[in-house]
Write a protein of this length. Structure first.
Length: 315
């Protein structure tokens, strides 16, 4: 996880993409921008001009500049002084507008970076928010094979040699897609979203015992690979000999949740035994999971039918 970025870091990466140019305050290039919070606990990375709860990057578009120009001299100076002496690390004037002369002077004096771009303010903010959601996101690495199966992100976990890679290879041959083998990386890019990706060095590779390392993209084509996917489900493979019969719910299976970066991810335990077609079982588990998300529970449906039959047969 990257805890913070400096203004200079942002300029190196985004200068050309955003068309940013320095106006004043170049000595403040080392100012940091990080995932801190306002007193109310909400992120304050980038947004339109806000004096009460200042954003770390204050964006001044048409409306904001029009407001500042409309103020009397003393009021205007008070706000500009707050902008340049408060918690803000960076000021950006959009729509190719000309910054106020007083703002230039104060930015230079206080070493607060003042930049300008031709982009409209809403577009600039959207791009920067997406940029920060990736660069400053909480991250973790989990052991397993991460795949897209039936349109959702599924992490296959389990003990070493339980058959994760063999199962992944069979799923790929059935038309599903590999994201990452062995060490997928997950980032919390939104309050309820974990995005999984593959470390660059492992991209396209799958290790299968007895076959060695396979290049899935070279073998099956581009359609067998997915660059990233949101984690929605974990399927945990367990040797059936280690699963107690009394622990298995005959109606609903073995289900629980696992906390990953603060989010609860549903987990389905799948017993592994000789002769079981795990690829078909995984597909079945995912289809059943999707039905449950829509509010349908097959076990409850069966139990309800049995109750109705018993009631109808009772005298």
């Amino acid at each position: 996880m990257t805890d913070s970025l400096t203004v200079s870091n942002i300029m190196e990466v985004m200068e050309e993409r955003l068309g940013l140019t320095w106006v004043a305050g170049t000595q403040g290039g080392g100012r940091s921008i990080s995932h801190r919070s306002t007193p109310h606990g909400s992120p304050s990375l980038v947004g339109h001009l806000n004096i009460i709860h200042p954003n770390q990057i204050q964006v001044l578009g048409n409306d904001e500049m029009r407001y500042l120009w409309s103020l009397r001299k003393n009021s205007q100076r008070d706000i500009l002084e707050q902008l340049c002496s408060g918690a803000s690390s960076m000021l950006i004037v959009t729509d190719n507008l000309e910054p106020l002369p007083e703002l230039r002077t104060l930015s230079e004096r206080q070493s607060v970076p003042l930049l300008r771009t031709a982009l409209p303010s809403h577009e600039l903010i959207n791009i920067l928010r997406y940029f920060f959601s990736n660069k400053l996101a909480e991250t973790t690495t989990l052991h397993g094979v991460f795949m897209e199966v039936l349109g959702i992100g599924v992490l296959l976990t389990g003990d070493s040699a339980v058959g994760k890679s063999e199962l992944a290879l069979e799923l790929i041959s059935r038309g599903h897609r590999l994201v990452a083998d062995d060490a997928p990386e997950f980032a919390r890019i939104a309050p309820d979203i974990l995005r999984g990706t593959c470390p660059p060095v492992l991209e396209n590779f799958l290790e299968v015992r007895g076959l060695g390392v396979l290049n899935v993209k070279a073998m099956y084509g581009d359609s067998a690979i997915k660059n990233s996917k949101y984690l929605r489900l974990i399927i945990d493979l367990k040797d059936q000999a280690k699963v107690q019969a009394e622990d298995i719910d005959r109606l609903h299976g073995v289900r629980y949740t696992r906390v990953v970066l603060g989010l609860e991810i549903p987990v389905i335990t799948l017993p592994v035994a000789p002769g079981r077609n795990l690829a078909v079982m995984v597909e079945g588990a995912i289809r059943n999971h999707l039905l449950r998300l829509r509010g349908y529970y097959a076990g409850d449906d069966l139990a309800g039918r049995q109750r109705k039959q018993m009631q109808s047969e009772s005298p």
